[in-house]
Every structure is written in C-alpha cells, then in structure tokens.
Design a binder for this molecule. Structure first.
Ligand SMILES: [Zn+2]
Length: 283
C-alpha cells in the first residue's frame, strides 16, 4: 500500500472519483509487472547469447591450437565422446581406408610328388600363403615337400592318416589317425598340427577338447576332383568368393593347380588377400 501511495503522489490524477483512481493504480501495477517480466526475459536472452559466444571463442582457439582443419569437426566430437584416455589424432584427409578382404585357399589330400612342387612354386611367385590339409600317409611319402611347405610359410593341417571317414564304429581309430599324422608332421617340421579337416566333413565336437585341435570346413567347393575342368573350377570359386571364405581344392590334380593360379590372380585383382585359415578363424 505504501508503493501505491507513492504512485499517487508522483502521478497526480484528476480528483473527481475514487473509482477511477483505483482503476488507474491497478493498471500501473500491471504495467510495472510486465516491465519486470520483460527485463528478466531480456537478461536471460542476453546471458544465453554471451555464453554461446564464449563457447565459440573457446572452440576456435582449440582448433588453432590443434591445427585441425575446419572440415573435421565431426571427428573431434567423436573423439570427445570416446574414452578420456584416447587421444584425438588428426587424420590425413587424402587417406583412404584399405579394403581388406581376406580369403583362404586350402588344398587337401596331399602332398603329391607330381603336383605339389609346381603349386608351391606358383604360390611363391605370387607371394601367397595357403593351407595344406595333408594325410599322414602322403606326409611319410613326401617329407621334403612338407618341409618346403613349412619353410615357405604355409600352414600345415591334418587330414587323418589314411583319409578315414569318421562313423559310429571307428571313433578311436579316427582319433589315432589324427594323432599319428600330427606326429609325422612334427617329426619333419618340429611342430604338430592344430587344425584338422575331417574327411567328408564328419567330425565329433568332443575331439576339440580331447585332441586340442580345431576343425576347419570350407565355404566354396568347386568339386575339382570330379570335373577336372579348369574353367569351371575357376568360375565356381570366383563367383562364390566373399570376404573370409575358405576355398577347397585338392593338390593332386594338374587341373586344380592351374585353376588355383587363375583363381589367385583373378581374386587378387578384385582386392582379395590370400591368408592361411588361422587368420580367418581367429583374427
Ligand atoms: Zn580329402
């Protein structure tokens, strides 16, 4: 009421009615409230603008300090979102992520005295590493080829001793054949086998624990042993090729060796990198 009194003093009004004085006072009070509200809003707006300008200034100085091109602000946000320990390293804008399409070529049933040396030479010329699932019987016949395979960086896997197919009655024999083959390889290279390709794909998961070996099946089977047709083998494999695929061939047919070289040359041009199966299974 005191304030209303002041207003009455500072704003002399016509003296005719008390009602009109009252209306006038109420109106003035309302206007004053609106002015206060407007001031508060203006203050909020100005402080918001100021905060934004300060943030922009801080960001620009960060950019200058780090010498980061303006185009790469997205990466900065990403880097900030990551763990505190990870440091943001400015990327080269011309850098293109290399396309890494791994694929594995594998050869079963060897080594073969007539075909495997030619194959090894071709792989060496192309700087390609392959995986050989050898039978113990052929390892004993061709120890020098096994030594060469190992020395040239190929992976040697186990394909049983006599190419036995696992069935309900031969579980123990099958297991013994795998162990015998691993021993035969170890005698030559100093290293036993860790990967098994069970003939015809018949396998018992319990062997993984019992033998501490991993089964390796395949993704692309051109049935090279059946067709012996280079063009057909190459087409089937190249059409089925995809990242991390495992190709199955047999290194006791000249046609398979010839097809292998064509497959490697063609898929290399398509951006594939030939690796041993362990790189596909565990990397
Ligand atoms: Zn086989």
């Amino acid at each position: 009421m005191q304030e209303s009194g002041k207003l009455l003093i500072f704003f002399p009004r016509p003296a005719y009615t008390i009602v009109s004085n009252f209306v006038w006072l109420v109106t003035m009070k309302k206007i004053r409230n609106y002015i206060i509200l407007f001031d508060v809003l203006l203050l909020l707006l100005l402080s918001g603008m100021w905060a934004e300008r300060e943030a922009q200034k801080a960001f620009s100085s960060y950019m200058e300090q780090e010498n980061v091109p303006a185009m790469q602000t997205d990466h900065i946000h990403k880097a900030e979102e990551n763990t505190e320990e990870s440091e943001y390293v400015p990327e080269d804008t011309n850098y293109v992520e290399p396309e890494e399409k791994k694929i594995a070529i594998t050869f079963d049933d060897g080594p073969n005295a007539a075909c495997t040396p030619t194959l090894l030479q071709g792989l060496k010329d192309r700087n390609v590493k392959a995986t050989f699932f050898v039978t113990g019987k052929n390892v004993e016949k061709n120890p020098q080829i096994v030594q060469q395979m190992y020395g040239e960086g190929h992976l040697i896997g186990n394909h049983t001793y006599s190419h036995i197919q696992l069935n309900e009655d031969n579980r123990e024999t099958f297991k013994e054949e795998i162990e015998k083959t691993s021993m035969a390889v170890q005698e030559i290279t100093g290293e036993g086998t860790l990967y098994v390709r069970p003939p015809y794909g018949s396998w018992d998961k319990e062997f993984e624990k019992e033998l501490n070996m991993f089964p390796v099946l395949w993704d692309i089977d051109p049935k090279d042993w059946c067709s012996k047709d280079v063009g057909k083998i190459v087409e089937t494999v190249c059409e089925g090729a995809e990242e991390n695929a495992i190709i199955l061939l047999h290194d006791q047919y000249e046609t398979s060796v010839e097809a292998a070289f064509e497959i490697i040359d063609r898929l290399t041009k398509e951006g594939y990198e030939f690796v041993t199966v362990d790189k596909i299974l565990f990397d």
